[in-house]
Design a protein around this ligand. Structure first.
Ligand SMILES: [Zn+2]
Ligand SMILES: [Zn+2]
Length: 306
């Protein structure tokens, strides 16, 4: 597992890039801040065995008495000499995905809410008042118009009427079917294809590509901030697939027609026909006349216009 040296920025003097494991700023000597953010400035691997051992010893601990940070290998506080056993607080380890590894201290910019413009709010009020003004002026105009309107005499000079009846006629029809309904009179009959039956006649050999899991592999999927100024590679595993060609048998089918007797017959049925209409320009509307027993009304519609 490859190990890397992290960096941190001093919040007291602004010095950028103090070496991760350093407990004090290289420029001003201030202690490493409690909320220190380690980042990776380069991918250069640590090869020194002593440093690797330090990286793997665990995260740094924070003294319960003076708040100083100490390496995991130290059993007493650097600053006040208190025992490591009396302190429970440690710097946290953090896992990063390959695209999220910090490369600088990434200080989040302080948020400042946008200033409200006075001009804009005045404009808004104007926008609200203008439609209200138009509406009230329109109402006043309408009231004045009605108040001064004199009644007009209306004389009807013509009219138009239309009356329509939707009808059905009783007709002798020729139809085809697999059976003769009640009242039908047979004309002729013949054999016809009613449906097909699917029968398997054999198989055909075909090939297809399939993905087969052939094993797993381990790969570097990110970095771990070890909480002591060092980073190390994070490993993940994934399945390895291979594309293989396999042969398989596909069934072959044949369509076998099934015949039945089809009948041609005559039958009396009610069928929708052209509607009957009457129209005129007088004041005496009348309905179209329906006569005979082979015709019947199903709906009636009337229209008038002046
Ligand atoms: Zn500093
Ligand atoms: Zn201490």
């Amino acid at each position: 597992m490859a190990v890397y040296v992290g960096r941190w920025d001093c919040t007291s003097c602004g010095n950028i890039g103090n070496l991760g494991p350093n407990l004090h700023c290289e420029k001003c000597g201030s202690p490493r801040p409690e909320n220190v953010k380690f980042y990776m400035a380069s991918d250069q691997e640590v090869l020194d065995k002593k440093k690797i051992a330090q990286a793997k010893a665990g995260s740094d601990w924070v003294c319960a008495f003076c708040n100083s940070q100490n390496h995991a290998t130290q059993n007493t506080c650097n600053s006040c000499g208190a025992s490591k056993n009396d302190s429970e607080k440690k710097l946290k380890e953090k896992d990063y995905n390959i695209n999220d590894i910090p490369t600088n201290s990434q200080k989040t910019p302080t948020y400042s809410p946008p200033k409200k413009s006075l001009k804009k709010s005045k404009l808004k009020i104007g926008c609200l008042y203008l439609p209200a003004l138009i509406v009230s002026l329109s109402i006043i105009f309408l009231i004045l118009t009605f108040a001064f309107t004199t009644p007009i005499k209306v004389e009807v000079v013509g009219t138009h009427w239309e009356r329509k009846i939707e009808i059905e006629r009783y007709l002798l029809l020729t139809e085809n079917g697999w059976s003769i309904p009640p009242g039908g009179q047979l004309i002729s009959q013949h054999k016809a294809i009613h449906h097909y039956n699917q029968i398997q006649t054999g198989t055909v050999t075909k090939t297809r590509n399939i993905h087969v899991k052939v094993g797993t592999e381990t790969y570097v999927c990110g970095k771990r901030d070890l909480g002591n100024g060092y980073f190390e590679d994070r490993y993940c595993t994934r399945d390895i697939y291979e594309t293989r060609t396999e042969t398989y048998e596909e069934p072959v089918y044949k369509q076998i027609p099934v015949y039945k007797t089809e009948y041609t017959y005559k039958i009396w049925r009610w069928k929708k026909a052209n509607p009957l209409k009457e129209k005129g320009n007088d004041f005496k509307p009348k309905w179209p006349v329906i006569s005979g027993n082979k015709i019947r009304a199903i709906d009636s519609i009337e229209k008038y216009s002046i």
